[in-house]
Design a binder for this molecule. Structure first.
Ligand code: GLU
Ligand code: ZN
Length: 304
């Protein structure tokens, strides 16, 4: 089969899949249907503290139970070598530095954006002094230099954005204090290295897009040639879909999101019932009648 591009479904195995994941999956599979895309399942287990093997297995089992098929799969814990090589190139290019600020200092010394994120003011941003830099002897994370660059990008649903990562978050960590690569870094390396052409995900992550584009540009520029990373950056197409909301229009609470597909499955709910309910809750169906997977995907294709 000849595909015209590649889209990924990228859940984090920090819990079992819930209705929010199911809605995302429907959008990913709908995009694949509409644009004839290869579907890649990427298990984002960068957060080692919260990852459990049962959740990793659960992702595959639940997708299988629901009938979602994909063409390839990867897991971030298998890709540490690539991340290390890319980090080395960014560091050689002077784009990273160690930050020894404690959580408390970060809170006290930096402003927050409207979205509640800390905007790091660059306290530790002096030049990385290499292996002899005394900051390496203390607990530190590695931050990426955002510079003042303005990023313009387009979302298929939400329109045009002009954003400056320096004012959204400032220099941000690509490796944490425990030596683990962060979500922002892994997602950029993977999207480039796996030649992802379409990024379809919930609008709760929209705010990360500009910084990811900036980091991806630098990854291509300085680490192009590692694995399948191209030397030229090509922007993927972005689609951030709406979220499931409760009857008052608010985002689902942690407790509601903790209610898993698996619990429903064990209680005897069928895939069709679950799909019908999710489309109704996402305001994409007028009632919650059961829907087969291809019909549920078809409904979303019409909204794209
Ligand atoms: N792993 C992220 C999540 O489960 C999604 C990352 C992405 O799509 O960029 O929220
Ligand atoms: Zn610092």
């Amino acid at each position: 089969m000849d595909y015209s591009g590649k889209v990924r479904f990228a859940p984090s195995p920090t819990g079992y899949l819930h209705e929010g994941h199911l809605l995302s999956a429907l959008y990913v599979w709908a995009a694949a249907k509409k644009w004839n895309l290869h579907i890649h399942l990427r298990i984002e287990d960068h957060d080692r503290g919260r990852t459990r093997q049962a959740y990793i297995d659960g992702i595959r089992e639940d997708l299988d139970w629901l009938g979602f098929e994909y063409q390839s799969e990867s897991i971030q814990s298998d890709r540490q070598e690539i991340y290390r090589s890319v980090l080395e190139k960014l560091t050689e290019a002077g784009l990273t530095y160690p930050c020894t600020c404690s959580r408390k200092q970060l809170e006290a010394e930096n402003p927050r954006s409207e979205t509640g994120e800390i905007i790091y003011q660059g306290k530790c941003s002096k030049q990385d002094g290499g292996a002899t830099d005394e900051r390496y002897a203390n607990p530190h994370n590695l931050r990426f230099r955002t510079s003042d660059k303005i990023i313009e990008w387009n979302d298929c649903r939400l329109g045009h954005f002009i954003e400056k990562p320096a004012s959204q978050c400032g220099d941000f960590p690509i490796q944490d204090r425990d030596g683990f690569f962060t979500y922002q870094f892994c997602v950029c390396v993977d999207d480039q290295e796996q030649n992802i052409t379409h990024i379809v995900r919930g609008e709760d992550i929209r705010n990360s897009t500009a910084r990811q584009i900036l980091l991806s540009q630098k990854i291509c520029q300085y680490a192009g040639g590692i694995g399948n990373i191209s030397r030229d950056y090509h922007s993927p197409l972005y689609l951030h879909h709406g979220l499931i909301v409760d009857s008052t229009g608010k985002k689902l609470s942690k407790r509601e999101l903790a209610h898993s597909i698996r619990q429903d499955k064990e209680a005897g709910v069928s895939p069709e019932e679950l799909l019908g309910r999710v489309l109704f809750k996402a305001n994409l169906a007028s009632d919650s009648s059961p829907l087969p997977l291809d019909e549920a995907i078809g409904i979303i294709v019409h909204t794209l």
